[in-house]
Design a protein around this ligand. Structure first.
Ligand SMILES: NC(=O)c1ccc[n+]([C@@H]2O[C@H](COP(=O)([O-])OP(=O)(O)OC[C@H]3O[C@@H](n4cnc5c(N)ncnc54)[C@H](OP(=O)(O)O)[C@@H]3O)[C@@H](O)[C@H]2O)c1
Length: 310
């Protein structure tokens, strides 16, 4: 598995990373998470992304990664209000309590990256939330601070003092951040994590999606219908369900400026497919350009702006 520096942090990350949202929200059994994590580690994946609000994901990941702390880059997120804390969303008190609980759940004394979990611009402007992360960084509990989100707010976050990493949606059905956020990340040498990198597998019918993805994948599903591109059009002649994951992941990895793409999965079979796809030769530039053009054309035809989806 190829590795790359994450912006100007001291971290080196695998191009394929792991997104822990589905193991939390879909309540994947611990034994299955154990198998998944072992397979990912064997495949050379070292970046694991989670969040305080992904239900049991931090605990599941922390338990499965026991004994591997020094081999992995742990990314978590904080900021949303929740019943366990009596603090306001995005307050310094909440962020501190949340990060300290993340440390416990992930069985570690430091997190490599903590991101503000998709707050609005006014929260960034107040400065308290980022200030809290930077205080935790000064104490050594957090190594690098950043922001997870999209569009103009993420572009703004990339230029803030102390922000070293931005996580944003980049995929075949979500391309606006490529033009709006990535240039700001390049200008400020910020590390880039691509979330939702295979577009939630939204080429599948919505009734085949599980749990939260039925709703979550809807916008991408509609966009892909409007883009009307098939793997066959792109020169791939296998079954679309087999070809799409590889094309989608390799599209995101081909986007200049993306350091790592964190695919969410509960399945060892799909994790294997993703590891193999990331190792294959890059997507041909012509295929990338066809998908870029299809997005632009369909967006224009729709008469709306296809915003980056959080
Ligand atoms: N605001 C934020 O900060 C934010 C928002 C969204 C996501 N994220 C992060 O980004 C990560 C990735 O995003 P995501 O999970 O929403 O979307 P994603 O990675 O684009 O797609 C995940 C979906 O794709 C399926 N899948 C994975 N590999 C596959 C393959 N080879 N073939 C077919 N289906 C496959 C998974 O199902 P199976 O389980 O069946 O494999 C899952 O339903 C999250 O897990 C989370 O860590 C952050």
């Amino acid at each position: 598995m190829q590795r790359t520096p994450l912006g100007q942090t001291d971290l080196t990350v695998s191009r394929l990373g792991f997104g822990a949202a589905p193991i939390g929200f879909l309540e994947t059994p611990p034994t299955q998470v154990g198998k998944l994590v072992d397979l990912l580690l064997e495949g050379g994946v070292n970046l694991f992304d989670t969040a305080a609000m992904y239900r049991g994901a931090e605990q599941l990941l922390g338990d499965a990664l026991k004994g591997h702390r020094d081999d992995v880059v742990l990314v978590s997120k904080a900021g949303h209000a929740e019943k366990a804390f009596s603090y306001d969303a995005w307050s310094p008190e909440l962020i501190r309590a949340s990060v300290e609980r993340s440390l416990e759940r992930l069985h570690t004394d430091h997190l490599d990256v903590v991101l503000l979990h998709s707050c609005e611009r006014d929260v960034l402007d107040r400065g308290e939330a980022l200030g809290a992360l930077l205080e935790l960084r000064a104490e050594g509990k957090v190594r690098h601070a950043g922001y997870s989100g999209d569009n103009e707010t993420a572009a703004h976050a990339a230029g803030l003092d102390g922000v070293e990493v931005i996580e944003m949606s980049v995929n075949i059905a979500d391309q606006r951040n490529i033009d709006v956020v990535l240039p700001a990340c390049a200008e400020h040498s910020v590390g880039v994590i691509a979330k939702r990198p295979i577009a939630n597998a939204a080429w599948n019918p919505l009734n085949k999606q599980r749990g939260m993805y039925q709703q979550y994948a809807k916008t991408y599903h509609e966009r892909l219908k409007e883009m009307d591109v098939t793997p066959h059009d792109l020169g791939y002649h296998g079954h679309p369900e087999v070809e799409w994951p590889e094309i989608a992941l390799k599209f995101t990895l081909a986007v200049k400026g993306v350091d790592t793409a964190i695919v969410g999965t509960t399945s060892t079979v799909n994790a294997r497919v993703n590891i193999d796809a990331a190792a294959k030769h890059p997507l041909r530039d012509q295929v990338v350009q066809t998908l870029r053009q299809a997005f632009r054309d369909a967006e224009q035809k729709s008469g709306t702006v296809w915003l980056g989806q959080t």
